[in-house]
Design a protein around this ligand. Structure first.
Ligand SMILES: [Zn+2]
Length: 305
C-alpha cells in the first residue's frame, strides 16, 4: 500500500485561541469535513472518523528542552529516539552527531533496499544546489536522508516537467520570488490533485511544507492563515484524486505556528492526521504515540501487499 507523507514543519496542536493560533482562525473546510467539523486543535484529538484519524503525538520524547527540527525530522525518518540517545534536541540543521543517524537505516534507504519506489516530491531551485555545492548551505535532515539513500532531489527541470511540486505547493513563489516567470502556477486545489497523481507513482513519497515554521518564528498571523488555507485547498484536491491504495499522513517535527505569542518552538504535541481506508488507517495508527512511531508505521504499510 502507498504512503504519502506531507511533512508540515512547526505545526503543533494548540489552544482554540484566535488571538495566538492561526489554526483557530484559518478557514479549512476540507479538513473540517474530514474531522466531522473539528479543526486542527488540541481539543480535536484523538478522533477517528469515516475518512480520517487525528492523533496528538509527542515530539519531546522524554528529553528536556524544546523539540528542534534536525532531531525531530531525523526521528520521523528513522524511528530512533535520537534526542534520548544524544541527550538533547538539536536544530535547525543536523550536526555531525544527528547526521550520523541519517547515513543508513532511514525510511528512504529501507525502501530503496526493499525495491520500493520512493521520492521526496519537492523541487529545489538552482540556488539551493549552489548553496549545497559551495558548502554555504547544509542539507536539513529530510533531504540529507534522501540523498544518503542514493536518491536525487528534484530540480527546476522536474518542476517544469510536472514531476515535482514547489515547496509552496502552487509554484507561485518560484514565479514571483525566485525569478522563474515561466513556472506553471496552480491553485491549491489543482496542486492537491497533482500531489495525489505524483504520489501514485511511488510506494512512499514525502512532501515538505516548511514555510509554516518560518511564519511561526516570524509571528506572522496573516501569512500563517494563508499557508493553512492553501494546505486546506491542497487537501481538497488530494482527497478527490487519492484512492484506497493510498494513505496520507500529515505530521510535524515540533510545535511553533500554533502559538504566535512566542517566536520559539513549543512543547505542544503535534498532529498525526491520517487519511484513507479505515482498516489500513487503524493498522497505521496502532500504538502511535510519538515521532519515533512514524517510520515503523510507514514501513508496515508500504510492505503490505
Ligand atoms: Zn523552527
Amino acid at each position: 500500500m502507498r504512503v504519502l507523507f506531507i511533512f508540515l514543519d512547526g505545526i503543533g496542536l494548540g489552544e482554540n485561541n484566535p488571538e495566538i493560533n492561526p489554526l483557530a482562525r484559518a478557514k479549512m473546510p476540507n479538513l473540517n469535513a474530514l474531522l466531522d467539523g473539528r479543526s486542527l486543535l488540541k481539543s480535536s484529538a484523538p478522533f477517528v472518523g469515516e475518512r480520517a484519524t487525528l492523533l496528538a503525538i509527542d515530539p519531546s520524547v522524554g528529553v528536556a528542552g524544546l523539540p528542534q527540527s534536525a532531531t525531530g525530522q531525523a526521528m520521523l525518518v528513522t524511528g530512533i529516539n535520537i534526542p534520548a540517545e544524544l541527550g538533547y534536541h538539536y536544530g535547525p540543521k543536523p550536526n555531525p552527531e544527528v547526521a550520523a543517524y541519517l547515513q543508513n537505516g532511514t525510511i528512504f534507504s529501507r525502501c530503496v533496499e526493499a525495491g520500493k519506489k520512493t521520492a521526496l516530491l519537492n523541487a529545489y531551485p538552482p540556488r539551493y544546489f549552489h548553496g549545497i555545492d559551495s558548502g554555504k548551505r547544509l542539507y536539513s535532515s529530510i533531504p540529507l536522508a534522501v540523498t544518503n539513500a542514493g536518491l536525487k532531489l528534484f530540480t527546476h527541470e522536474d518542476l517544469f516537467a510536472g514531476r515535482a511540486l514547489s515547496a509552496d505547493f502552487t509554484g507561485r513563489g518560484w514565479h514571483e520570488m525566485l525569478g522563474f516567470p515561466d513556472t506553471p502556477v496552480l491553485d491549491a486545489h489543482q496542486s492537491g490533485r497533482k500531489l495525489a497523481k505524483l504520489a501514485k507513482g511511488y510506494d512512499f513519497s514525502l512532501f515538505e511544507y516548511w514555510a509554516s515554521d518560518y511564519a511561526g518564528h516570524k509571528q506572522q498571523m496573516d501569512t500563517a492563515i494563508e499557508l493553512m488555507e492553501t494546505f486546506d485547498g491542497v487537501l481538497g484536491g488530494l482527497i478527490e484524486k487519492m484512492d484506497d491504495e493510498m494513505l496520507v499522513l500529515g505530521t510535524s517535527d515540533h510545535g511553533n505556528m500554533e502559538d504566535l505569542s512566542t517566536r520559539k518552538h513549543t512543547a505542544a504535541d503535534v498532529p498525526a492526521l491520517v487519511i484513507g481506508e479505515k482498516t489500513a488507517r487503524e493498522e497505521f495508527t496502532d500504538g502511535m504515540k510519538s515521532l519515533t512511531d512514524v517510520t515503523p508505521a510507514i514501513w508496515r504499510t508500504v510492505m503490505r501487499d
